[in-house]
Design a protein around this ligand. Sequence first.
Ligand code: UFG
Length: 329
Amino acid sequence: MGKGTASRVLVTGGAGYIGSHVTKLLTKKGYEVLVVDNLTGGNTLEPKYGYFERVDFGDEERMYKLFKSFQPQIVMHFAAFIVVQESVVNPLKYYYNNVANTVRLLSAMHRAGIEIFIFSSSAAVYGIPEIIPVPETAPLKPINPYGETKAMIEKVLEDLSKAGQIKYLSLRYFNVAGADPEGELGPSYNQPTHLILRALKAATFKIPYIEIYGTDYPTPDGTCIRDFIHIMDLAEAHILAMEYLLEKGESLVLNCGYGRGYSVREVIAMVKKVTGVDFEVREAKRRPGDPPMLIADPSRIKTLLNFKPKYDDLEFIIRDAYAWEKRLN
Ligand code: UFG
């Protein structure tokens, strides 16, 4: 196999929301995928695509053995805890899993001679950005332990890369939403905290109302603004990232967003339009740790990876998420 090709990919967290969509796309494109997941996150079901091993990615010896037997060319690391508020209340849980276990994973990879890595980072590394849309060159100033864990691993990766031990792409996700347009996969959190998922729970009468956390932000309608990216565009970005890394061998950090923001009120209005349900909305106080505005500057991913989003449309994102939510009923 020459430079620029891969046939085997190991995916941690491949039973989860983002990992499962990327695994499906990889499989459809002909890659052999080994999913490693301990099934303790949102999804407790075995993944629909790829081979599967129920393993904790922080178990260095078992991961080392899997690397030696499966021999992936590349590792995509999705497995992580992701709830910002929980990370504030229980920081050790986050540092243990997202940082310490990821270091163990990197150690197992290094020992097995695998040096290509794609990391699920987050816009949370920016904290409250001074420049909007935020470029990758903005300073990293996380405002919660979750964001700190992602920034710490980015630093580890930078140092490993300088030491010639890894080639990586760190993808800083903005607000990932939507579901597989083919209806096979979608988010599967029991008690979602994310805006679109909560609004859909209200629209399908699983919760009595939705709260808007803060209406006094310095934004046009007083509510926070976010950049929502469709899960399948994000999945496609991973394929492009992998191909870039294999071809050019150059480590990079890339924002994954569309460069356009919607306010919480706009999102709720769109959920009402799509579902046709006028659910109750209450105004509540601010949720701690929410930046007023998070919008990606996506120029780098568009230029370097030739990333061309297909689903850059809030209505489409919510339609797919709604179709999935109805399937969960
Ligand atoms: N919101 C509400 N009501 C809800 C849920 C959310 O008003 O019931 C608001 C939040 O306060 C926030 C916006 O909707 O202003 C978006 O909140 P989400 O929870 O959907 O998403 P976040 O922007 O908090 O989370 C995202 C990523 C995280 C990342 C974080 C960085 O999902 O991984 O951005 O700020 F850490």
